[in-house]
Write a protein that binds this ligand. Sequence first.
Ligand code: ATP
Ligand code: MG
Length: 327
Amino acid sequence: MARVFSGMQPTGDLHLGNYLGALKHFIPYQEKDDCYFCVVDLHALTVPGDPEALRKKSLELAMLYVAAGVDPNKATLFLQSNNSAHAEAAWLMQCVAKFGELGRMTQFKDKGQGSESVTTGLFTYPVLMAVDILLYNTDEVPVGEDQKQHLELARNLAERFNRQYEEIFTIPEPRIPDTGARIMGLDNPEKKMSKSAASPANYVMLLEDEKTIMKKFKRAVTDSDTEIRFDPEQKAGISNLLSIMSVVTGKSIPALIEEYQGRGYGHLKVDTGEAVIEALRPIQQRYQALAKSNEIEAILTQGAIKAREATSETLAKMKHAMGLVTF
Ligand code: ATP
Ligand code: MG
């Protein structure tokens, strides 16, 4: 049985990219593996935001995990800040991580844009992410393609710690899906779909109403050609629609290309919109039911207890290996 860990930030609203690139793939693991799924609320603090909104978004995200199929009887679901081992281990690991390697993280460069006034948390957050994973002796981490570099850092830090101090950490493997690992913005298929995108035309939110979803797909930016072909370089918009359609319906991309040959972009856009609406409908229904109950509180309380139990030994080993004395 493998140990599986993954997390998502409670900033903004979850979008189709988060679902198709990550969340959807969490579900099958819980049938056979020991899974820890986390709302990484400490990560959300790296950019300024409203405390009340963060509280609300954290619970919403936890409910979305369950609505999308995470079963609290099979997997552990918890809020990162409820297990203080994460913040504590992050400090220890910051004393192993190098300034230079953190400066090379492309997400920091993108989000920080060289500004002097970004928080130091935004700079050091990949270290927190590394210990999120390492504290659970994780074997596999299902994530989208944009997290590849952060996973590489987590592996490097684990190896360095093991060499420098003691062999404590398992070296985690990223699990990036073949299709859907990088869903692109509907308004700009050159950039990834993102919660922090400037325009809402960029993303489809998991809880968005059907009419708006369809409108966004109909307006999805494509090219001025008419040929349906999978070519993310030359035909980013069409390739993005094909990827979305493929993950949502389970049909292969070549099969979809054949099906839509000579039928024009309009059909593909509408059918993709419809397939997405169909896929999201049961998630939205389960979410509405959960939001009316206070079930999530008991789930997260249980999850926090299990998460603390799972990490206490590794944290103690880490401290001891580094020379800290505990009474
Ligand atoms: P932010 O812009 O605030 O960083 P985000 O949309 O990148 O938000 P995260 O919470 O950082 O969301 O990521 C959660 C998970 O979703 C990660 O596994 C990440 O790789 C995945 N993910 C994010 N965006 C996409 C995308 N466009 N396509 C596929 N997977 C994605
Ligand atoms: Mg992100």
